[in-house]
Every structure is written in structure tokens, then in C-alpha cells.
Design a protein around this ligand. Structure first.
Ligand code: ZN
Ligand code: ZN
Length: 212
């Protein structure tokens, strides 16, 4: 297994969705964008939950087929799954052999900042997921949704440090602008994500590439 940073030293596309869930783009749309814009690695992070409403096998197959059509684009098959209270992950067992990347997210959680902090800490520590590339995505969304960001910035900062200490990469989420700019992420432990859902989002990615 390559170290994750090897993928990040060249142009990559991370955090994206497709027709399989709430995206308005096909698997091929992502490949085409990457092929046309010299993106070396495409990292799929489709939403999953224990009760899946689509066939992850079909999704993975489609990626592999498309990969043959666009041989210059490397790809990683991954999933975005939500943290559960207590530190578990809402992910179906049967997809684990298909994925090499997990995006840890907070989507719906009780209004309890300590429980949020503890649950993510346990998730980051868990040996179970350490054979995957792991990323903490849209960090602070839980706080932002509740208007708690200001009050709990230091807690978020502590959680981000915890992630890094456990070898979990932290997303610089360009869609929600998270974490807030007051928290500086170390460049070598962070990954830029756009949470791409539709065609227009590609424009933001291009603007970002051009500014680099
Ligand atoms: Zn998400
Ligand atoms: Zn997402």
C-alpha cells in the first residue's frame, strides 16, 4: 500500500459524489474532468450507511471499468460514512474489501459537544480502520450547524490534533470552508476537498488549481 502522501504530491481530486447518491454527476464525468485537467488521482468518497440503498459492488465495478477507459487517471475507491455515538461508524461490512479510503463525517448527531468529541476521538483511535486511508471530512460541521463554532473552537482544534496524532488526514473543505480559517492545518497532514456534487463545482476546482 502506497503512503497516502504519495497521492497528494501531485494533482488530485478528493471528496466527490455521483448519481449513486445525491450527486448530479456520473462516475465517468469525474474521470473525464481528471483526464482533461491533468489530475493524477481521483478519490471516490461516496456516501454509505449500514442500510445501503444502492449496490456498492456496481459502483465499484463502474469505477474499475471507467479506469480502463482513462488509464492516465489513478483512482481510489472510498466511502464517506458517519460517526456513531460511542465511536462506531455507519458503514456496511460487505463493502470494506472494495474500499481503500474512508472519509469520517458527522451527519446528524445528538446536540452534545462532549459526546461528539469523544466519539470522534474513539473513531480516530480505532485499529479497525487503520488499514485504510482515513480522512476527517468537513471538520467542525457539527459545531457550525449549531452555531457553536466560536464557543468550541479550541475543542475542534484539539480534535484535529487528535486526528493527526492518530494518522488521520484532515480535510480542508472548500465547499463549507471548514475548518474555520482560525485553525491552521499542517500542509503535510491535510487534504483539499470540494465535496463535488454537480458540474458547476468543477469550476471551483479549476479556479483553485489555477491559483496554485
Ligand atoms: Zn458529508
Ligand atoms: Zn460528501
Amino acid at each position: 500500500m502506497k503512503v497516502f502522501s504519495d497521492y497528494l504530491s501531485e494533482r488530485y481530486l478528493f471528496h466527490l459524489h455521483t448519481f449513486y447518491t445525491d450527486g448530479k454527476l456520473s462516475v465517468e464525468d469525474h474521470f473525464r474532468f481528471c483526464a482533461e485537467n491533468n489530475v493524477k488521482t481521483l478519490m471516490f468518497t461516496e456516501h454509505v450507511r449500514k442500510e445501503l440503498k444502492y449496490s456498492f459492488k456496481d459502483f465499484a465495478e463502474e469505477i474499475k471499468e471507467c479506469g480502463k477507459k482513462y488509464p492516465d487517471v489513478n483512482y481510489l475507491i472510498g466511502a464517506e460514512a458517519k460517526v456513531l455515538t460511542g465511536g462506531g461508524l455507519d458503514i456496511p461490512e460487505e463493502i470494506l474489501s472494495d474500499i481503500s479510503l474512508i472519509a469520517f463525517a458527522c451527519h446528524g448527531f445528538p446536540d452534545d459537544a462532549n459526546l461528539w468529541f469523544d466519539s470522534f476521538s474513539k473513531l480516530f483511535e480505532a485499529d479497525r480502520w487503520k488499514n485504510k486511508y482515513r480522512v476527517y471530512v468537513h471538520p467542525g460541521r457539527f459545531l457550525q450547524k449549531r452555531n457553536w463554532l466560536e464557543e468550541h473552537t479550541s475543542l475542534l482544534e484539539k480534535l484535529i490534533h487528535k486526528a493527526i496524532a492518530e494518522g488521520v488526514y484532515v480535510e480542508q473543505n472548500k465547499r463549507e470552508m471548514l475548518p474555520p480559517s482560525s485553525i491552521i492545518l499542517p500542509v503535510d497532514k491535510s487534504i483539499v476537498g470540494f465535496d463535488i456534487h454537480r458540474k458547476e463545482d468543477f469550476q471551483k476546482v479549476l479556479t483553485y488549481f489555477q491559483g496554485k
